[in-house]
Structure formats: structure tokens, C-alpha cells
Ligand binder design. Structure first.
Ligand code: RET
Length: 286
């Protein structure tokens, strides 16, 4: 009897399962959606070449680490958008009862959330190194950020319960608050001590404003309350990506390439203090 039930379930589930070539075809048929992927593939390709060129003379190991982390951003991006354009990291999911599109199959670009777990830590690593922060804050922000992306992925993939989709979203937002706290409260102090506050504050503002856009578009898009369609949401993410990744990386790398000595003077990252360590010979107060 149990086997019959499973067989029946499999039969019921069949019409919802689309093959990868079918998803690829659906993406190709939606010209606006497809363009949102290819525009980013092209931009990521140009950025990789440009960033390699911009970093060619950076010698200091710490400045090189910022450069490598920054370069990883378009590298992850090109992989991410190739996954979407090929249909590999897209699924059609039937939304649960209570959702605005309940019972309908909604195109879910889950590959985005997956690859953000790789690209966003690189952005934060580069920013943290620029601010001259310590290992504790770097570890905290990066783990909170990865948790934000993974729970965001869970929010997008949960189809058993509408309430649980939003519960995952809420958990993800809580991790996002940790990220925002370090960006807005902790790192500005570190950057001031490191003498990198001007460029840090510019990049921090760009990051905070654009990153806030992601949960907003998630909530408004087909995965959330569905007031925006899938192609518009995809373009919104693609535009946010252009600013949060390529513009951010370009500004950071051009500053690092011409201010390498400031980065080189910062204390070692392996430690738990942001200020100068005992090895710097800082005189005692007394
Ligand atoms: C989600 C939905 C759940 C709640 C929150 C989100 C935040 C996402 C962010 C993404 C940033 C992405 C970037 C990508 C660059 O490659 C997952 C949308 C808070 C902040 C900058």
C-alpha cells in the first residue's frame, strides 16, 4: 500500500518537473530575463580583464589579498550567471497555499543565493582588510553573511509552507543585521585608526545602500508578495550586482593600486585586536 502511495505521488509530481533543456528554453523565450543574465556575463568578463590589469604592480601581500578577494567577485559572478543562463541553477517551484501565486509554478533563480555565499564574503573580506579590522570581526561578519545567504536560499526553496518561507526570510534578515552592525558601527572606527576612512566610508555607503535592495526586491518579487514579475526582479538583482560588485571593485582596486603603502602599514590580521600590537613598539601610557 505504501508503494502504491509513493507511485501515486511520483505521478502527481511529474508535471511539475521540468528538464534542464526545457528550463533553458523557457529562459531563452523570455528575452528580458535572458538579457539580465548575459549583460552580467559580459560585464563580469570585462571586469576580470580590467582588474587583472589594475593589480599587476601591487607588491604588498596585504594589498595583494585585497586584490585577489576583489578579483574573485567577477569570477564567481561569471560562473553564477552562466549557471542561470544555462538553466542549471533555475527551478520551477509550485508555491504553497497562502502565497500570491499559490499552486502556480514560479521560476526560482536559486543559483543566485548559492553563489552569493561565495561572492559576498569576498566583498566583505576586501572591505575588512581595507578597514584594517581584526580576525574576530572578520570571522563574525563573514559567517553571518554566509548564514544570511544560505537561509535566504532556504526561504526561496521552501514550498511546504508559506509561513515557513517568511520565517526563513526573517532568520536571513537577522543575520543581515549583524553584517550591517559591523559595517556601520565597528569598521568605521577601525578604518579611522587605519587612515583609510575616506575610501572605506564611500565603499561602505555604496555597499549598505545596494545590499538593502536585495531583501526588498526578494520580498516584492515572485518569491515574496509577487507584485513584481520574475524578469523585472532579475533585472533589479542584475542592476544591484553591477553597483555592488563591479563599481565597488573598480573603486576599491583603483584606490589600493595607488595607496599601497597605507595598506602595507596596517598591523597583521592574525590577532584579535584592531589597534597596533605589542610588536609595533607603541609606548605605554605611563
Ligand atoms: C535575501 C533574502 C532573505 C533576506 C535577505 C536577503 C539578502 C541578500 C543580500 C544579498 C547581497 C548580494 C550581493 C551579491 C553580490 O554578488 C537572501 C535576498 C536579507 C544582502 C551583494
Amino acid at each position: 500500500m505504501f508503494t502504491t502511495t509513493l507511485a501515486e505521488m511520483a505521478l502527481l509530481a511529474q508535471p511539475l518537473e521540468m528538464t534542464q533543456p526545457e528550463i533553458f528554453e523557457a529562459v531563452q523565450d523570455d528575452v528580458v530575463l535572458n538579457a539580465s543574465f548575459w549583460a552580467n556575463i559580459a560585464l563580469a568578463g570585462v571586469s576580470i580583464l580590467l582588474f587583472v590589469y589594475m593589480g599587476r604592480n601591487i607588491d604588498d601581500p596585504r594589498a595583494q589579498l585585497i586584490w585577489v578577494a576583489t578579483l574573485m567577485v567577477p569570477l564567481v559572478s561569471i560562473a553564477s550567471y552562466t549557471g542561470l543562463a544555462s538553466g542549471l541553477t533555475i527551478s520551477f517551484l509550485e508555491m504553497p497555499e497562502g502565497h500570491a501565486l499559490a499552486g502556480e509554478e514560479v521560476l526560482t533563480m536559486w543559483g543566485r543565493y548559492l553563489t552569493w555565499t561565495l561572492s559576498t564574503p569576498m566583498i566583505l573580506l576586501a572591505l575588512g582588510l581595507l578597514a584594517g579590522t581584526n580576525l574576530t570581526k572578520l570571522f563574525t561578519i563573514i559567517t553571518a553573511d554566509i548564514a544570511m545567504c544560505v537561509t535566504g536560499l532556504a526561504a526561496a526553496l521552501t514550498v511546504s509552507s508559506h509561513a515557513l518561507r517568511w520565517f526563513w526570510y526573517f532568520i536571513s534578515c537577522t543575520f543581515f543585521l549583524v553584517v550591517l552592525y559591523i559595517l556601520l558601527v565597528e569598521w568605521p572606527k577601525d578604518a579611522q585608526a587605519a587612515g583609510t576612512d575616506e575610501i572605506f566610508n564611500l565603499l561602505r555607503n555604496l555597499t549598505v545602500v545596494l545590499w538593502l535592495g536585495y531583501p526588498i526586491f526578494w520580498a516584492l518579487g515572485a518569491e515574496g508578495i509577487a507584485v513584481l514579475d520574475v524578469a523585472i526582479t532579475s533585472w533589479a538583482y542584475s542592476f544591484l550586482d553591477i553597483g555592488a560588485k563591479y563599481v565597488f571593485a573598480y573603486l576599491l582596486l583603483s584606490w589600493v593600486a595607488s595607496n599601497e603603502s597605507i595598506i602595507a602599514q596596517q598591523p597583521s590580521i592574525v590577532g584579535t585586536t584592531a589597534g597596533p600590537g605589542p610588536e609595533t613598539g607603541t609606548p605605554a601610557d605611563d
